[in-house]
Design a protein around this ligand. Structure first.
Ligand code: SF4
Ligand code: SF4
Length: 260
């Protein structure tokens, strides 16, 4: 990697919230700009170089349209390291929420007869199409994790991001457990940490916006939630809100939970 790595920052289909987190780095933004050679950031600058090789490309959003897939594959060819940024890019996010229905059915329900005008494919995360070198999840991502990742990448390393659950951060902060003590449908046990258990800190259950933690024991969470009186449909709807791409795993766990 040259002394100033060539960077590209792009968005596929999504709300662009993760690109906004980059722009909102305020105090650190000038340092990032000074330490890197940002070749393209269509959301923030015009006249980017759309052909040069890139050392690192950051991509948020989900692959929802054929043009997303084309753009993603082209960026993969150009980039040495490809970083998936945000839960949409890592897990499919909200766009993949209704993947249990066919695209035709979803388009018909949302747009009626004009649905055929929209060219979409089944929403998928980046890893369904290309090799992803690093995933930074979050809806949106946490600024601290982004800065940590950028600092590591500038030193030629990949950052070490949390591989434990939100529950760990929640317990360390000594918040009362909303699942065990209050019977709320909290996904903290199976959601990857990094937000400092933000929602439980406000007395709200985790809805899993950061996506599943590595080796999430979903069947155990499902059994626990059933004991608290939640139905498979309550659990299924909550689980698939942000991690549609993990749906097959979740459905298997729901079946296991039913048999338990
Ligand atoms: S409130 Fe949720 S995140 Fe916190 S310990 Fe309980 S289950 Fe885990
Ligand atoms: S507690 Fe859960 S829903 Fe809330 S920000 Fe953290 S991961 Fe997202």
């Amino acid at each position: 990697m040259s002394s100033k790595p060539k960077i590209g920052i792009y968005g596929l289909t999504g709300c662009a919230g993760d690109q906004l987190v980059i722009l909102n780095c305020e105090d650190e933004l000038l340092d990032i700009v000074g330490a890197t050679d940002i070749r393209s950031f269509p959301m923030a600058m015009s006249g980017g170089d759309e052909n040069c090789p890139l050392d690192i490309v950051f991509i948020d959003g989900t692959v929802v349209q054929p043009k997303d897939e084309e753009m993603l594959k082209r960026l993969r060819e150009r980039a040495n390291l490809l970083i998936a940024v945000g839960t949409c890019a890592v897990w499919g996010g909200v766009p993949a929420m209704e993947n249990k229905f066919s695209r035709e059915e979803v388009k018909k329900r949302v747009y009626g007869p004009t649905g055929d005008l929209f060219k979409t494919i089944t929403p998928q995360p980046l890893s369904s199409f290309v090799k992803v070198d690093l995933s930074i999840s979050g809806c949106p991502i946490e600024k601290e994790q982004l800065l940590q990742a950028v600092a590591s990448l500038l030193h030629g390393d990949l950052p070490r991001l949390p591989n434990y659950a939100v529950c760990t951060e929640c317990k360390m902060a000594e918040y009362p457990c909303l699942l065990i003590e209050k019977g709320h449908l909290c996904l903290g046990p199976i959601t990857v940490a990094g937000c400092k258990a933000r929602c439980p800190s406000y007395g709200r259950p985790c809805i899993g916006c950061r996506g599943p933690v590595e080796e999430a024991n979903i069947s155990s969470e499902v059994r626990l939630l059933k004991e608290k009186g939640f139905t498979p449909s309550d659990i299924q709807n909550r689980l698939r809100t942000f991690a549609g791409a993990a749906d097959s795993l979740q459905m298997e766990s729901l079946k296991e939970g039913t048999n338990a």
